[in-house]
Design a protein around this ligand. Structure first.
Ligand SMILES: C[S@@+](CC[C@H](N)C(=O)[O-])C[C@H]1O[C@@H](n2cnc3c(N)ncnc32)[C@H](O)[C@@H]1O
Length: 193
């Protein structure tokens, strides 16, 4: 099996990737991660999903591709220049709401346990404000992060922060955690209590 042979990609993906390249945005999710996001979304009919860090909308497109008609997605980024690419290609889909705001401020406004999936792909909700992000995950819901294997764009001193985050997540008794050395390095937590 070639696990990189990912078929049936979202319709908007090619155009989003073209604009992503034109902008020089290098932090977009890779196809394996996107494919897994789509499967998570498909597993939660009528689900409520949160993406922290829209970027140009690559992960957003994969999530929308797995969501049914009654599911809803909130996607948050504080950079309008990159998020505008996502708005342009995906903004007509009534299932998604884009929020151009600071991730930490957004987290502070949300009631607990309301999301079936939190894809924490920005600093807030991952390396800071982790507790508030985990608090939003509903019972049986998923907290998902990527970029846990060394990446060429990691700044000096980032590796110990990643190690500490993985250890912290593993120790959270209210979640069942799985580390996956696949794609950019993933961690999947499911709320068990
Ligand atoms: C790794 S990229 C997101 C990639 C996207 N999820 C995807 O699937 O392609 C991280 C994003 O987080 C955004 N970001 C950084 N700091 C933020 C903050 N404090 N609040 C909200 N978004 C932030 C950046 O502008 C960037 O677009």
């Amino acid at each position: 099996m070639n696990d990189g042979d990912i078929r049936r990609v979202p319709a908007a993906l090619a155009a989003i990737l073209e604009d992503t390249g034109r902008l020089g945005f290098t932090m977009a999710s890779e196809p394996k991660t996107g494919s897994l996001l789509r499967s998570f979304a498909a597993a939660k009919p009528g689900g409520r999903f949160l993406e922290l860090g829209t970027g140009t909308g690559v992960g957003t497109a994969w999530l929308l591709d797995g969501m049914d008609a009654t599911s809803r997605l909130d996607s948050v980024d504080n950079e309008s220049k990159v998020q505008d690419v996502a708005r342009h290609h995906l903004g007509r889909d009534p299932r998604v709401t884009f929020h151009c705001t600071d991730g930490a401020a957004f987290l502070a406004r949300q009631p607990s346990r309301q999301f079936d999936l939190v894809y924490a792909d920005a600093w807030p909700g991952k390396f800071d404000h982790l507790g508030p992000a985990l608090d939003l995950v509903a019972p049986g819901g998923i907290y998902f992060i990527d970029d846990l294997l060394p990446q060429p764009n990691w700044p000096e001193g980032h590796a110990p922060k990643v190690e500490a985050l993985v250890r912290d997540l593993d120790n959270r008794k209210e979640f069942a955690a799985t580390r996956l050395a696949w794609a950019s390095g993933l961690m999947i937590l499911v709320r068990v209590s």
